[in-house]
Write a protein that binds this ligand. Structure first.
Ligand code: ADP
Ligand code: MG
Length: 267
């Protein structure tokens, strides 16, 4: 399993934040030690975890600018048993301030080093842009999780994202891989959704998660209560889907490590 996962898509409204918060809660429910990093100035993941973005003491901004160490900025989430590095509008300033500074792309990776051993999974909720904040996430990450809404223009932006991933891989982060493509807000009654879904599988094959996240109103409601869906309505289809996703990721990770052991043994 990828231990550090950037949840990225430069399109807005595709389910990045919903996936970040609910996957964090689901992995935590399986007793994984999880850190969620809010890397979006909108601070939606922060609010969705029940933390007031306007009153946080320290945030991702301070960590990126070297004004606070990450351990001192992490908060315990009330509903969910995981840790959060919160963010707010200040991140816009951080992004501008970082431009052209030495090591500007590796700030997050460097900041994470001292706390890596404290977590089984680190999830990074990215902003809807391929900017310096996203680059920091991609340089720090081992895998990229791409949430996609299966609609007409969905595939269009994907090549830009894949191009950026290739660039980062060829440069500062050779270990980066596409960890998986997640179909979100899925409506099986929509023919176009099914068509786009087939195209995705044709193109990305086993990279597409088998778990599909349905359109579910509980997922949209939960953030206004500052809770992951699992702690708002645990029987809801949305909460169950994200639990299934966590299970699939853990299984894939176990199969992956078995396969590499066998490769080692045979070779
Ligand atoms: P992003 O972070 O990519 O901008 P969000 O996770 O914020 O996207 O989702 C955009 C909007 O869609 C939000 O209002 C969210 O509550 C809603 N939403 C996300 N996933 C679902 C889903 N599976 N079913 C219903 N609503 C969803
Ligand atoms: Mg978001």
């Amino acid at each position: 399993m990828y231990r550090i996962l950037a949840i990225t898509n430069q399109k807005g409204g595709v389910g990045k934040t919903t996936t970040s918060v609910n996957l964090a809660a689901s992995l935590a429910a399986t007793k994984r030690r999880v850190l969620l990093i809010d890397m979006d100035p909108q601070g939606n993941a922060t609010m969705g975890c029940g933390v007031d973005k306007l009153t946080v003491d320290r945030s991702t901004t301070d960590v990126l600018l070297g004004q606070a160490d990450i351990a001192s900025a992490m908060l315990e989430v009330e509903y969910g048993d995981f840790k959060l590095l919160p963010a707010n509008q200040d991140l816009v300033v951080a992004e501008v301030a970082l431009m052209g500074k030495p090591g500007c792309e590796t700030r997050l990776r460097d900041a994470l080093q001292p706390v890596l051993h404290q977590f089984d999974m680190i999830l990074i909720d990215c902003p809807p842009a391929l900017n310096m904040l996203t680059v920091n996430a991609l340089v720090a990450a081992e895998g990229v999780l791409i949430p996609m809404q299966c609609e007409y223009y969905a595939l269009e932006g994907l090549s830009a994202l894949v191009g950026t991933i290739e660039q980062i891989k060829a440069g500062p982060n050779p270990r980066l891989e596409i960890g998986g493509i997640l179909r979100t807000m899925f409506d099986p009654r929509n023919n176009l959704s099914n068509e786009v879904s087939s195209q995705l599988i044709e193109h990305f094959r086993e990279k597409v998660f088998r778990t599909i996240i349905p359109r579910n109103v509980r997922l949209a409601e939960a953030p206004s209560y500052g809770k992951p869906a699992l702690h708002y309505d645990r029987e809801s289809r949305g909460a169950l889907a994200y639990l299934a996703l966590a299970g699939e990721m853990i299984r894939r990770g176990e199969e992956g490590s078995k396969a590499s052991l066998q490769d080692g043994g045979d070779g």
